[in-house]
Design a protein around this ligand. Structure first.
Ligand code: GLU
Length: 607
């Protein structure tokens, strides 16, 4: 969602900015723009649609060595060129790009309009350059601080002053910004992806911090003016600049990467001799773990589905009550925070605003939250302080695939750890670990021969409605399957616990309605098969995702897709694969924009 890239140095700035915007495209956006300083003249270009369109609009010989750029994901005001960033003050000499939402924009706008300011866009953002102008007396940093003190809401902003071509300014409150320190050049990105090809020496800005950026480096201060020395970090090798390789889309590449990403998540975390796991980042001793009486998992979207699987595993394996919560609901229901509950915040990007909000709510009430995130150094990772990185590597398709299986893997390792502090024997722990260790190979073998998914994709893409069913560990997987199909193929569908289907969605069944059922050879198989029969009796066409070698389950599908056999707890790591591929294939059939589905954003940094 929404991206910022800004640069000052000796290179020609336009290609740097356009290239940076391309690296941010995966986050999802609807328009893009740049402002560069050529001499003391601000040059502004904005376009609706892809960065490629902006690239065509920008003159090839545009000079200048300093500039700011943005991909917008509209929150206030339609998707138009006038609303695209950067926004200027009335004199056209202050340019601002902004990620986030200014919550008191209406009030500030009314006040500025009373003072005679004419607005040129419908955005909340435009109040910022105008406010800066009202405070500007030749001292840019002071004017920015004064303006931001009046603003409430979330922002990551970059500001360029035509009067000060040797510097620019950034500030953060709730929307991430990372500063990259190069040799004689400095960059700022809303995401390390935009700057990692230039430098790995970075400073993550925190909320309430402002930075004055020059080509020599950065001076960081607080909104009240106090200067401080920031921590300089080194981005690790997870942040390789990615390309699609031989794959046509990032989504497909990421689906196929799952054997490696699951392996990476487990690497160094298994203690085979004790049938146990170790998650160093949690920094919890067995005695600490014994203390917790409940586990609560906070997440959104796909991460919430991973959380549902995790909660079930923790409860079943460790016999500790556990539940997953939709973060945006949890945050606002004034939750009771148990002193002996352990909270996890699960997020791929580590920037999900709803989850971050839920984290603060737990912390305000004295609870302890641990992050399960992919992006190293992200806001959730830093706010929680302790947690586990899932090490999926960069996930660039908007629709999450490999992050899901890594999150599930991390939660499974935690459930083992928790279970070993209680009743689980070393012998049973080892059996669990052995099965887990086999998963990467099983993922690989399934993906080599995924079954008749082209046929399923063709059926589903023509259907008026598709129903996904599962029970137990595979109910969250069916939710994930339906979510993917909506996100990428825009097809009407829903997921239900198989046993709940008769309480409503059964009314949707008619001749040929596709029903994708996950029917594994597990403790709920017979019950699931009965639910399949109920659908079949009403004309549904059954697509059964069954365990390899389970002929009874295979026979209940009009179309059957086999996944390798594993322990019941671990089945989601395999059953999700055909659902991810089904979505991919349906999306391709329907000509969808696979890696950047409409309206969606990768890193949802607004509430
Ligand atoms: N709220 C701003 C707008 O609608 C910024 C959105 C974004 O973060 O891209 O323009």
């Amino acid at each position: 969602m929404c991206g910022i890239i800004a640069y000052i140095g000796s290179r020609r700035v336009t290609p740097v900015l356009l290239n940076g915007l391309r690296h941010l495209e995966y986050r999802g956006y609807d328009s893009a723009g740049i402002a560069v300083l050529d001499g003391e003249q601000l040059q502004l270009y904005r376009e609706v649609g892809p960065v490629a369109g902006l690239d065509r609009a920008v003159p090839k010989d545009l000079g200048g060595n300093v500039g700011i750029a943005h991909t917008r994901w509209a929150t206030h005001g339609g998707v138009t060129r006038a609303n695209a960033h950067p926004h200027l003050d009335s004199t056209g000499r202050i340019a601002v790009v902004h990620n986030g939402i200014i919550e008191n924009a209406t009030e500030l706008r009314a006040r500025l309009e009373r003072e005679g300011v004419e607005f040129r866009s419908e955005t909340d953002t435009e109040v910022i350059p105008h406010l800066i102008r009202t405070f500007y007396d030749g001292r840019p940093l002071e004017a920015l601080r004064d303006a931001l003190r009046l603003v409430s809401g979330t922002y990551g902003v970059a500001v360029l002053f035509a009067d000060h071509p040797d510097q620019f300014f950034v500030a953060r409150n709730g929307s991430p910004l990372v500063i990259g320190l190069g040799e004689g050049e400095t960059l700022v990105g809303s995401d390390p992806q935009a700057i990692v090809s230039f430098t790995r020496r970075v400073i993550f800005l925190n909320d309430g911090e402002v930075a004055n950026i020059t080509r020599e480096g950065v001076v960081t201060s607080l909104l009240d003016g106090a200067i401080f020395a920031p921590a300089v970090e080194q981005l690790d090798e997870d942040w390789i600049v990615e390309d699609k390789g031989d794959f046509e889309h990032f989504m497909l590449k990421e689906i196929f990467e799952q054997s490696q990403s699951i392996h990476r998540c487990m690497r160094g975390r298994l203690v085979a001799s004790e049938g146990n796991a170790k998650l160093g980042g949690l920094d919890l001793s067995p005695r600490d773990l014994l203390y917790y009486k409940r586990v609560e998992i906070l997440a959104c979207g796909t991460s919430y589905h991973a959380g549902l699987v995790g909660a079930m595993a923790i409860e079943r394996l460790a016999h500790v009550p556990a539940a997953a919560h939709v973060a945006s609901e949890f945050r606002y229901r004034n939750p009771v925070i148990g002193p002996d509950s352990l909270y996890f915040a699960v997020s791929q990007s580590g920037e999900t605003a709803d989850t971050l909000g839920a984290v603060s709510e737990v912390q305000v009430k004295g609870g302890e939250v641990f992050g399960i995130v992919n992006v190293v150094g992200s806001s959730i990772a830093r706010t929680c302080g302790r947690g586990t990185y899932v090490h999926s590597g960069p996930e660039l398709a908007v629709a999450s695939t490999k992050a899901f299986t890594s999150q599930v893997s991390a939660l499974l390792l935690f459930s083992l750890l928790m279970a070993r502090t209680r009743h689980l024997s070393p012998h049973d722990g080892k059996a669990f670990l052995d099965a887990l260790l086999r998963i990467p190979r099983q993922v690989e073998s399934y993906l080599q021969d995924p079954g008749p998914l082209d046929e399923v994709a063709s059926i589903v893409s023509r259907a008026r409605y598709t129903l996904f069913l599962g029970r137990g560990f595979n109910y969250p997987v069916s939710l994930e399957g339906a979510l993917k199909l909506k996100e990428v193929a825009y097809l009407p569908c829903e997921a239900y616990p198989a046993g709940e289907m008769k309480h409503g969605p059964i009314a949707m069944m008619e001749e040929g309605t596709p029903v994708v059922v996950i029917v594994q050879d597990d403790s709920v198989k017979d019950k699931t098969i009965s639910n399949v029969r109920e659908c079949q009796a009403r004309g549904a066409r059954i697509i059964a995702i069954h365990t390899q070698g389970d002929h009874e389950a295979a026979a209940c599908g009009d179309i059957s897709i086999a996944v390798p056999r594993t322990l019941e707890y671990l089945t989601p790591l395999l059953t999700v694969l055909p659902l991810q591929l089904l979505t991919y294939k349906a999306g391709v059939l329907l000509g969808r924009d696979i890696d950047r589905p409409r309206n969606l954003a990768k890193s949802v940094t607004v509430e």
